[in-house]
Write a protein that binds this ligand. Structure first.
Ligand SMILES: Nc1ncnc2c1ncn2[C@@H]1O[C@H](COP(=O)(O)OP(=O)(O)OP(=O)(O)O)[C@@H](O)[C@H]1O
Length: 218
């Protein structure tokens, strides 16, 4: 699913943020990604979503070398990934419902085939009464839940989530964790960057620990 070999990453002329990163995640696995603030968690997720190229080393995703992938080849691979960004990135000109439906619309599904699923999922994440409004009126935690719903609605092969419970209360965090676990049971590989120790106590999964630019699996 994901294999990194001797991966290094620098921004411009700065120091290496990631150095000699080596790991392999199997299809259907579930991992947390941890490390102190500034350790490079978001950078690693950006590499896996192919928003950045590694400065050195190789990244394989879905059996393909994506280290130097071009924009046109990247698009079909990205459709196989659900991603929750730390800053949510909801589209402001679409309603919350339309944002969540978007991954299904772009792969050509007919609205009749997904409208109930989108509504049910939005209700499940507690946005039943907000879904026909625009994201600009949502709170941070509500935006986060909408972003999570958009990332999981298409049952992607890989879910990448950056601090997905950072803006919600512990009860909602447990509910969202259940969603990730359920998705994983259905076959999605899950990688969640988090500082939330309560979340990690609730579900025992291996951790990718980032420290001084290196990753170790514990
Ligand atoms: N676009 C950028 N240009 C230059 N440096 C960057 C850029 N993005 C991140 N960095 C630097 O890379 C390092 C890792 O940042 P990153 O955001 O990946 O860490 P993080 O572990 O996700 O942090 P946090 O837990 O605070 O979100 C930091 O030193 C940061 O300043």
């Amino acid at each position: 699913m994901i294999r990194l070999t001797n991966v290094g990453l620098k921004y411009d002329r700065g120091p290496e943020v990631l150095s000699d990163v080596d790991f392999h995640l199997r299809p259907g696995s579930f991992h947390f990604l941890t490390g102190p603030s500034g350790a490079g968690k978001s950078s690693l997720l950006r590499l896996l979503f192919m928003s950045l190229h590694p400065t050195r080393g190789q990244i394989q995703l879905f059996g393909q070398d994506v280290s130097r992938i071009t924009t046109s080849k990247r698009a079909p691979l990205r459709r196989r990934i659900g991603i929750v960004f730390q800053d949510f990135r909801l589209l402001e000109h679409l309603t919350t419902w339309e944002n969540v439906a978007l991954p299904l619309r772009v792969v050509g599904k007919h609205v009749d085939d997904y409208k109930e699923d989108v509504t049910d999922l939005l209700q499940w994440v507690g946005l039943g009464d907000r879904m026909h409004g625009y994201p600009s009126v949502l709170s941070g935690g509500e935006k986060q839940r909408a972003a999570i719903a958009r990332a999981v609605i298409g049952k992607p092969e890989l879910l990448l989530a950056d601090e997905p419970t950072g803006n919600v209360d512990p009860q909602m965090a447990r509910r969202l964790l259940r969603l990730f676990i359920e998705l994983n049971r259905l076959g999605t590989s899950v990688l969640i960057a988090t500082h939330d120790h309560q979340l990690m106590r609730q579900f025992k999964a291996p951790r990718l620990e980032l420290h001084d630019g290196h990753v170790r699996i514990v």
